[in-house]
Design a binder for this molecule. Structure first.
Ligand code: S3P
Length: 177
């Protein structure tokens, strides 16, 4: 049986973490983030993990996180790193929602953000815009393939997207403890 988690997938900077927090507030679930889990497990930042160990090591950590989520986590909204969708057990962790926006919009939001420099610096795969665009193009069909629901998030407030998801999934908020 599928677990009752909601998993948000999609490209870097599309707003997975922000939406996870909005959904958590609406549902009474807690929000978790796979990058945060992996960083606390490793006690170092993603940028450092990529630099010191390389990308394959990072992808293995994602698999470990995915395994742990499948076994131990329920009733949670899980935001993921942009490459996490590739883990073999993704669909067993919960209902997968692909947040879709076009590349130009994503870039614009990142570059116009007050903390743009920080947002770019912490993402090793966003250092070269053309390489990032190629990665974006290659991943779009792969995200869609894994998704139980695809939602266009371009220019929409998180609150609005959260309501659409809750309605679509006919999601009953948890009673207050
Ligand atoms: C990655 C996305 C990042 C982070 C890592 C790799 C990717 O997460 O997991 O830098 O492969 O797209 P965000 O999607 O939160 O930026």
């Amino acid at each position: 049986m599928k677990k009752n988690n909601i998993i948000l997938i999609g490209f870097m900077g599309v707003g997975k973490g922000r939406l996870a927090r909005a959904l958590a507030a609406e549902t009474g679930f807690f929000a978790l983030d796979t990058d945060d889990l992996l960083e606390s497990f490793e006690n170092r930042k993603i940028k450092k993990i990529f630099r010191q160990e390389g990308e394959p090591y990072f992808r293995n950590l994602e698999k470990r996180v995915a395994h742990w989520l499948e076994i131990h986590v329920s009733s949670s909204i899980i935001s993921t790193g942009g490459g996490f969708f590739a883990v073999e057990n993704l669909n067993r962790i919960g209902t997968v929602i692909f947040l879709k926006a076009d590349f130009e919009t994503i870039l614009q939001e990142i570059f116009e953000h007050p903390k743009a420099a920080k947002k770019i610096k912490k993402r090793p795969l966003l250092q070269d815009t053309e390489k990032a665009r190629a990665l974006f193009d290659a991943r779009q069909p792969l995200y869609a393939d894994k998704a139980d629901m695809v939602i266009d998030v371009t220019g929409r407030p998180s609150q609005d997207i959260a309501s659409e998801i809750i309605n679509h999934l006919k999601f009953a908020p948890l009673a207050e403890a």
